[in-house]
Write a protein that binds this ligand. Structure first.
Ligand code: HAM
Length: 428
């Protein structure tokens, strides 16, 4: 094992074959589904001004207080590795002056300096989607439907949707008052952070992970009790639409989500294969004011490591993008090697995936490499074949082989392939 110097940092991983093909399979399927809902991809920088996250997520959230990778760059600017995607998207939408109805998705690494454990990493990957526009229950229901559609398309069963509302902005004061009134008599049971939050940001107490606080929170009245009729009607409409769409959900009156930008609908998707870190995905409606530009939207993000963990724990086979090579070229002698190099390039340009040994190893070692790569066929050439202009085609699974001339060999190998559009048909 290489020394620590050559390992990734704690809580971060290399993703390599064969696993990377499962990642690619998930990504390809996700893009297909997202395009069918009219979402465009956007790739924002991984590094942003710290203020982008501080203002939108909220100063008193766990992410901003304890988890951001923030530092000063060489120019003395405060910058942060993105801990999530929504704030960057809001910054992008505001700066690009996009139409208020933009629909975008993103896929990539996020960074949170949390204590690593199963399902919790310091670099993890999110697939997220954001649908911009003013509060509209149909838009919220559509995003939930999209998120469940993605999970289904990946073959993941057994997901549970938990849903609640944070109400409209005008409810905030009333909700905070009601929570404070219920919590003050039990404040001794709260952790130090939550005792401070009681005055500063009482809603955050609802997502405190400490067991003492959890027991107090369990006994609280639903926050919807303190909300306006309009907020409750909005939420009822979201739930009615989910019913009409045949989407099952569990109302969780204590779900508030750990970020300050949310208003109205909030939800989380959990999976019991994940143990303590059981949140596969989270989302909700938000309003963010960024340097005077107000952006409204609804969106979600899923943790891809957790999605993969749930898929691997179940019976479902995650979609893999791996395709074994169609052909492996085996050379005996220098002349055959040079001719095979040329043939290899020719076949690749015709869309055939093709491999060969470049180190001049023995026939046995070359056959082993063909098997290891899972090649469907081997094309074997020695001096005699080069002289006669023939090839030995071996079907790896059946073990059968026959001697062919070039036109017949090409017909066989290309039978399953068409030249991809835009490629040049080389002359042989
Ligand atoms: P979030 O709940 O903080 O929401 O993260 C979404 C998902 O990212 C989680 O459900 C989880 O699967 C994954 N995740 C978060 N932290 C970690 C970690 N340390 N290790 C592994 N996976 C993790 C957001 O990020 C919001 N931006 C979602 C959103 C989009 N709301 C509206 N639009």
């Amino acid at each position: 094992m290489a020394s620590d110097r050559f390992q990734p940092l704690q809580g971060m991983s290399d993703i390599a074959a064969p696993e990377v093909y499962v990642w690619q399979g998930l990504e390809t399927e996700a893009r297909r589904v997202l395009h069918s809902y009219g979402f465009d991809e956007v790739r924002t920088p991984v590094l942003e001004r710290t203020a982008v996250f501080q203002r939108s997520l909220g100063d008193d959230t766990d992410v901003v207080r304890k988890e951001m990778y923030s530092f000063q760059d060489r120019g003395g600017r405060d910058v942060t590795l993105r801990p999530e995607g929504t704030a960057s998207i809001v910054r992008f939408v505001a700066s690009a002056g996009l139409t208020p109805a933009a629909r975008v998705y993103y896929l990539g690494p996020m960074f949170r300096s949390e204590r690593p454990q199963a399902g919790r990493k310091r670099q993890f990957h999110q697939l997220g989607a954001e649908s911009m526009g003013p509060a509209n229950p149909a838009a919220d229901a559509e995003m939930i439907a999209l998120q469940l559609h993605l999970l289904q398309a990946w073959g993941l069963d057994g997901c549970v949707l938990e849903i609640n509302t944070r109400g409209e902005p005008e409810d905030r004061g009333r909700v905070a008052e009601a929570l404070r009134a219920a919590l003050v008599p039990r404040q001794e049971e709260l952790c130090e952070d939550c005792q401070r939050r009681l005055q500063e940001n009482v809603l955050r107490i609802l997502d405190c992970k400490r067991s003492g606080c959890g027991a107090v929170v369990e006994a609280l009245p639903p926050i919807t009790d303190a909300m306006s009729d309009a907020s409750r009607a909005y939420f009822r409409e979201v739930l009615d639409l989910l019913d009409r769409l045949g989407i099952a959900y569990r109302e969780n009156p204590r779900l508030v989500r750990g970020l300050d930008y949310y208003q109205h609908t909030v939800w989380e998707i959990t999976h019991n294969a994940l143990g303590a870190q059981d949140a596969l995905a989270g989302g909700g409606r938000y309003h963010v004011d960024m340097d005077g530009a107000a952006v409204d939207g609804v969106g979600f993000a899923m943790g891809l490591e957790r999605v993969l963990g749930a898929l691997q724990a179940g019976t479902g086979e995650p979609p893999s993008a791996y395709r074994p090579p169609d052909v492996w070229l085996i050379s005996l002698g220098r002349e055959a090697f040079i001719e095979n190099l040329l043939l290899c390039q020719t076949l690749r340009r015709r869309g055939v995936s093709c491999g060969m040994d470049l180190a001049g190893r023995s026939m046995k070692a070359q056959m082993r490499a063909a098997n290891r790569a899972g090649a469907t066929r081997a094309v074997i050439r020695g001096e005699r074949e080069v002289e006669e202009g023939t090839f030995v085609l071996k079907e790896m699974a059946a073990g059968t082989q026959e001697t062919l001339e070039m036109p017949e060999l090409l017909n066989r190998v290309l039978a399953l392939h068409t030249c991809p559009p835009g490629t040049v048909e080389p002359t042989l």
